[in-house]
Write a protein that binds this ligand. Structure first.
Ligand code: SAM
Length: 266
C-alpha cells in the first residue's frame, strides 16, 4: 500500500502532531506520500492505529518519548514526561552548578528522565541517585540509565525511607500531585504517578516535612507542583520554619509549576 492511501484512510484518527510523529518514526518520513509501505510497516501502523483509537498514548505504542533533547524508553509502568518538568530540571542544574553540589536525589523518578537529564548535562562531577516505590518504574529507569551511559544509582524506596539522614545536597522531585477528583477514570498512565490525595497536596507536604532530614545544611529542595498549590504551600512552608523560599517556578503560560526551597543553615 502507498503511504498516501494509508494517510487518507487514517488521518482523522490521530491528533495532527501525533500523526506526523508516528509517520516519521515508522517510515522515516512524514511527507513522502509516494512511498510504498513494506508489509512490516503497514502491520505496525495498523496495530498502533487500533490501540491509539482505544486511548493508548502514542509514547507507549512507540515505547519512547523525548525529554531534555534525549530519547527515553517508555512503558505503561511510568508517567510520560511532560515538557514543563524541564523547567525544574533547568533550575536544579543552575543551583547544582552554582553551589558545586555533589550528591543529588531524584525522588519519585519514574522513567528516570530527570536523573538522566541532570547527569547527562553535568557529567561525573555529581553523584546522582534516583528512587521510586515502583519496581516496574525502576526497571524502565535502569533501561534509560544504560541507554544514555549514565551511572545513576537506582533505589526502591517509599519516599526517603531507604536513605540515611543528611545524605543529599539537592533533592529534585516531580511527585504525584493531582487531586483524586481530577483524575480521569480513562487514565492510561499509572494512577500512582498522579494521585496526590483530596487536594493533590499529600506528597508535596510529606516531601517538605521529610526532605529536611535528608538534606545537608544549606541544601535545596526543587519540587514540581500543581498550578493551584502555591497559595496553600506558601503558609505551610513559612510555618515550617526549616526552609527559606528561594523562589517559585512559572511556566511560559504563566502557571506556577514549582517551588525552590533552601534548608536553613542553622
Ligand atoms: C509524577 S510521576 C514522576 C515521574 C518522573 N519523575 C517525571 O517527572 O516524569 C511520580 C512518580 O512517583 C512514584 N511514587 C508514587 N508514590 C511514591 C512513594 N510513596 N514513594 C516513592 N515514589 C512514589 C510513582 O511510581 C511515579 O513514578
Amino acid at each position: 500500500m502507498r503511504l498516501k492511501n494509508w494517510i487518507r484512510h487514517n488521518r482523522d484518527i490521530f491528533r495532527p502532531d501525533d500523526f506526523r510523529y508516528l509517520l516519521k518514526q515508522v517510515t522515516g518520513t512524514p511527507e513522502e506520500e509516494s512511498l510504498v509501505l513494506s508489509r512490516d510497516q503497514l502491520s505496525r501502523l495498523d496495530r498502533i492505529k487500533e490501540s491509539y483509537a482505544d486511548g493508548v498514548p502514542l509514547s507507549y505504542l512507540l515505547e519512547k518519548e523525548e525529554f531534555w533533547g534525549l530519547e527515553f524508553l517508555m512503558s505503561p509502568a511510568v508517567l510520560i514526561p511532560r515538557p514543563e518538568t524541564e523547567l525544574i530540571v533547568e533550575e536544579a542544574i543552575r543551583i547544582i552548578k552554582e553551589k558545586r553540589f555533589c550528591d543529588i536525589l531524584d525522588l519519585c523518578c519514574g522513567s528516570g528522565n530527570i536523573a538522566v537529564s541532570i547527569e547527562k548535562t553535568l557529567g561525573i562531577q555529581i553523584r546522582m541517585y534516583a528512587s521510586d516505590i515502583s519496581f516496574e518504574a525502576l526497571r524502565v529507569a535502569a533501561g534509560n540509565r544504560d541507554r544514555h551511559h549514565c551511572t545513576v544509582r537506582l533505589v526502591q524506596s517509599d519516599l526517603f525511607s531507604a536513605f540515611k539522614p543528611d545524605s543529599f545536597d539537592l533533592v529534585i522531585s516531580n511527585p504525584p500531585y493531582v487531586a483524586s477528583c481530577d483524575i480521569s477514570p480513562a487514565l492510561a498512565e499509572p494512577y500512582r504517578a498522579f494521585a496526590g490525595g483530596d487536594d493533590g497536596m499529600d506528597y508535596l507536604l510529606k516531601i517538605i516535612d521529610q526532605a529536611v532530614h535528608y538534606l545537608r545544611r544549606g541544601g535545596y529542595l526543587v519540587m514540581e507542583m500543581g498550578s493551584t498549590h502555591r497559595g496553600r504551600l506558601s503558609p505551610y512552608i513559612f510555618a515550617h520554619d526549616s526552609y527559606r523560599i528561594e523562589g517559585w517556578i512559572k511556566d511560559y503560560a504563566g502557571h506556577w509549576r514549582g517551588v525552590v526551597l533552601q534548608k536553613r543553615q542553622r
